[in-house]
Design a protein around this ligand. Structure first.
Ligand code: GDP
Ligand code: MG
Length: 177
């Protein structure tokens, strides 16, 4: 790929999906601004946030899209998915129902995107070990069956948040070259 002099070399669109209140907005604010919001109204009405990551000396711009709460009504539009090269599919390890909901999100992703999209299964809120309802093993097993990456994160204490995004960004990059 040719790179324009002085310009951004790569721009990757990545979408966050998953049931309401699993922590999507907080994963993004932790990654992009190193902030956490205990108020559940963390979605700030911005469509996406951009974060620059350096890979092999190249500047990669990750444009991370967050829902504005429309997942509550199962009304995430095709515009949201359009052009996405990566997806973080998030559940809450303390609510089994959000893990059971993953299948539906994967189906939606399949119908909206071609199969080459890089997908990471994210079990968020791993700081809440005492009220865990989904084991690490269950997460791993589903991810393997679906051919996805898998990670557990905590947007609250920042565990693995950077890593989750970076694995997806690197994989997109590797697939291009
Ligand atoms: P979204 O609806 O998926 O965007 O979820 P939010 O980011 O708005 O988070 C929903 C709720 O879960 C909020 O009250 C957050 O403070 C809380 N939350 C998000 N991530 C974590 C986490 O990693 N650990 C804990 N303990 N709470 C979290
Ligand atoms: Mg949100």
């Amino acid at each position: 790929m040719d790179s324009p002099i002085g310009g951004e070399e790569y721009l990757f669109k990545i979408v966050l999906i998953g049931d309401s209140a699993v922590g999507k907005s907080n994963l993004l604010s932790r990654f992009a601004r190193n902030e956490f919001d205990t108020n559940s109204k963390a979605t700030i009405g911005v469509e996406f946030q951009t974060q620059v990551v350096e890979i092999e000396g190249k500047e990669v711009k990750a444009q991370i899209w967050d829902t504005a709460g429309q997942e509550r009504f199962r009304a995430v539009t095709s515009a949201y998915y359009r052009g996405a090269l990566g997806a973080l599919v998030v559940y809450d390890i303390t609510r089994k129902g959000t893990f059971d909901g993953i299948k539906r999100w994967l189906q939606e992703l399949d119908t909206q995107n071609d199969s080459s999209i890089v997908r990471m299964l994210v079990g968020n809120k791993c700081d809440l070990e005492n009220i865990r309802e989904v084991s690490i093993e269950e997460g791993k097993t589903l991810a393997e069956a679906e051919g996805m990456f898998f990670i557990e994160t905590s947007a609250l204490d920042a565990t693995n948040v950077q890593t989750a995004f970076e694995i997806v960004i690197r994989e997109i990059y590797n697939n291009m070259s």
